[in-house]
Design a protein around this ligand. Sequence first.
Ligand code: SF4
Ligand code: SF4
Length: 365
Amino acid sequence: MRIAILRCPDYDEERVFSAVKKAVELIGGIDGLKGKILLKPNLLGFYHSDRGITTHPSVVKAIAKLTKSFGGRPVIADSPGMGIPYNKESLKKLYKTTQMEGLGADLNYNTEFKGFFFQDKGFRLISLVGEVDSVINIPKLKTHSYTVLSCAVKNLFGLIPGFDKLGYHSTLPKIEDFSSMLFCLADVVQPKLTIVDGIVGMEGDGPSGGVIRRVGWIIVSDNPILADLAACRLIGWKPEIVPGLSERAKLFDRCEWFGDEVMPISPPFRLPQSVAPWKRFGRYLKPFFTAKPVVSMACIGCEICKKTCPRGAIKIKEGRAMIDDLLCIRCYCCQELCPQGAILLKNSVLAKTLSYLVEKRIYRR
Ligand code: SF4
Ligand code: SF4
């Protein structure tokens, strides 16, 4: 297992290409990546790259150029967040808004899906996964209100087609189970390379409602878990903060490191408000210590959150969303997918205080 981390201060196309190329060479090159290659950026929704939510086009372009120089045929593919159906019309709009057109790679419009298996693990994924010779995972470095970190492993969730994602939230309401599922998914997909857009990231209430933060790094690894561990180190977090990651932290001991000296960002990335110390108080007290989603006046009653909620906790009344607190399992899908940014996360004063103390003493490096 290998990892290379290189500085890259901005999205200047030449600089990005040079950083990506050098990092890929440091971990052994991509000679083996021939044929059709699925490029999997984070295309969460209809967002311009300026919002810091989706993988920047210059990173995708650099990877497309690199794979082509080795004779590969890159195809960009993703299935966006749960509120958006996985069909040709959505994909057309998605590629346009996220600036994926004209990057030197084909765009996937095949919306079929099928089952993929590895050992005893199985997932229904977009069918392109089975038609390519390899997958290159291109996540954005962000926080996530539910999984805490949205980077290499979480990015692969986008290979699950459209509304199928909803089923995982509703059948796996505990974050530990949901995270285990994500690690299983990484085993099934087995991306040959992960190249993290860590030039500009998002902290706080990601993956769409946080605050943009300039980080200035490109991470390249042959292992997505290793890429997530490195991302944590860069943003000043201990792996313990990300569900399922601390058990895998030993990967660092077995890997080869290349590239620039890693200096964690200071101050560390702000955690999502949802990361509360409820684990210490038991699951029945969780609702009192976790941030609850609250609908603001920016709501336009579009119903996306209603369709997204795995627990049917949202109703639209008089043109505005209303959340039933008792049904809500704090998965934050509604906050993630609201196109208006109208769902905010709100903590009680007690939860805020405890979060601050726990975050300061336990999680940050
Ligand atoms: S909260 Fe957001 S997603 Fe839900 S109805 Fe309002 S605008 Fe639409
Ligand atoms: S209302 Fe609660 S359960 Fe429904 S999507 Fe939002 S956070 Fe999840």
